[in-house]
Ligand binder design. Sequence first.
Ligand code: AMP
Ligand code: ZN
Length: 114
Amino acid sequence: MDDCIFCRIVSGQIPSSKVYETDQVLAFDDIHPMAPVHVIVIPKTHIPTLMDLTAERMNDCDALMRAVQEVAKIKKIDQKGFRTVINCKEEGGQVVLHLHLHVLGGERLRDELN
Ligand code: AMP
Ligand code: ZN
């Protein structure tokens, strides 16, 4: 997907501050952090939204969750805690149409829904 920012990060066409990588997933610092720690975790495969994560692709789901745990350890937020967010489509506030998890932490986070 040449027009996808996150695919371009995977291929190295756009630089990123890499935090963690496996064959299946990549994690990098968010360019506009909303917390002291703000990491984006993506599958290397282009999956547009959470609703496109079909049964055959559940391997990617496993890999993403394991990557979140590794990122939390690397960023030393695993003990105190953190938040993961997946925005899905327009009303969910998804801007980049390549499935990604936000990992936010490093301070007491506000409850955005209140
Ligand atoms: P979302 O609103 O869930 O689609 O979030 C997309 C996130 O990607 C935002 O938090 C952006 O700051 C982040 N982002 C966009 N471009 C880049 C980039 N080149 N490197 C790192 N993060 C990015
Ligand atoms: Zn993509």
